[in-house]
Design a protein around this ligand. Sequence first.
Ligand SMILES: [Ca+2]
Ligand SMILES: [Ca+2]
Ligand SMILES: [Ca+2]
Ligand SMILES: [Ca+2]
Length: 276
Amino acid sequence: MERLVFSVALALTAINCCSAAYLTNFEDLPLSTTPATRFAPGSAFTSSGIKFTVVPYPYSYSVSVADRDYAKGGGKELWMGAGVGVSVSMPPMASQVAFKFAQGNPWNGLSINGQSTSRPLTIKDMNGISLGGVSVAVVSSPSVNYGSVTLTGLIESLTIGGMELSVDDLSITAPVTAPSIADFNGDHMVDGADYLRWQRHFGASNATHDKGDADGDLDVDRSDLVAWRYHFGGSAASVVELVRPIPEPSAAMLGVVAIAALRTSTLLRPARRQRV
Ligand SMILES: [Ca+2]
Ligand SMILES: [Ca+2]
Ligand SMILES: [Ca+2]
Ligand SMILES: [Ca+2]
């Protein structure tokens, strides 16, 4: 019992401690000077602690790091030239995402929490819409195609896709959380056993941390799974998560977890993400 109380207290302390902005200006990435130095579809890369995975939008071209400054963030920026997207691995309980953009083509889209824009749009046309329960605000010049996007709400998954689309200065506002929020059985590891606890109690109300309530809101739902994923494997499942709604518990997922748990060192990892 003492261990349980300690575990819950640790989780709540981690959640309430402080919030932070995860920020990247992409200056830490190498310039894509040749086709081989672009990020190929399906590959992942990390910039200032934020992980991106290249996904089709709708085509499977590569993502480049360009030094054009179209988005006016300064220096390097991401360049999605010919119809491609990036999914952004979200930390738990993220409440806001902002980024600068420039667009040379009206073929852009967002997917938030599994809901996508219904057709390709200009970024400016997304101003005022709601996607996946998240509001989209766009500030841009009426005469030029660049500006900034702010997404406000609980953001559990995000894909940004486009054609001739530049992105720079991407920030995520989220509380600092310790891996312990996803250690539901209190054994100081975040692994498949914790996933099983979440699965067993999925849908529960009046739930405690040991039942799978990572975020302390007394239920066991998809938000708690986001926390487990983030602390389990550096959001390794982000591609699936961001192009489709977060899957319900399933035998297939269980198999993935079991295999990953066997192959992966599951010691608690300290957060390595840059905070400003
Ligand atoms: Ca930059
Ligand atoms: Ca555990
Ligand atoms: Ca919860
Ligand atoms: Ca909840």
